[in-house]
Design a protein around this ligand. Sequence first.
Ligand SMILES: [Zn+2]
Length: 299
Amino acid sequence: MKWKGKRQSSNIEDRRGQSGSSRGRGGFNSMLIGPLIKILFSKTGLIIVGLFLVFSLITGNNPLRILGQFFVGGNNPTETSTPYLGSREENELVDFSATILASTEDVWNEILNNYREPTLVLFTGYVSSACGSASSATGPFYCPGDEKLYLDLSFFHDMELKLNAPGDFAQAYVIAHEVGHHIQKIMGISDKVQLLRGQMSEKEYNQYSVRLELQADFLAGVWAHHSQKMTHMMETGDLEEALNAAFAIGDDRLQKQSTGRVVPDSFTHGTSEQRIRWFKKGFDTGDIEQGDTFNANPL
Ligand SMILES: [Zn+2]
């Protein structure tokens, strides 16, 4: 893709490094521990510890509490935490994601009246959203409750290495698919499907959820169609990258990889063939009227 130098969205919430776990939050400063242990076990160290104990007995301070504060760095560790510094490769992915998000804004602002732009939250490890908390293992997701897309950039790495779906356009497709869920939310489609949930069996509901997912693929295709007209970011081979990603992320493929067999009843995203077909239909037509996956038969 020729994405560099294009507009980047400002609707990015960079929460990388704030994983919500205790990691990096006021734990022992590991750089200090080695030298401190050496000092403690030297002669001078023993004298210092002795003086320290005498001092704390005289002043009435709990010696462990003082030591604890010395090691842990006070009661408000977030103030002392250093800003997250990603690798050069990772920071380039931030620029890339912000560029793709900007392109979805340009496209959907043109297609829909009063389009509400969603926010993209970048995180590492764990994240909390209005839909609950999630780990990176969940994969990218959209939360209708706060209208935000959640993405751990390591997923792009997994796509390349574990799912055999490399390429920047494959990554763009993932972002555009999540934006597709946002379109479904603002058009009231996901709310309608959600209402059906309590009225049918899990198996029946799953069929609706598959149609919702395939429509998000279709909407990703619609984005690609218009984005190409506006910015000409796509290069030869890019469409194949997205189709390959749709194929690789299809539930039948994912299940085959993890269990060695396919269990059709637990599909939630549709088969690889269906995902490719709906993405392609959106890409070929660029017309949101063509994306009624709910009345399509066969799907
Ligand atoms: Zn989805």
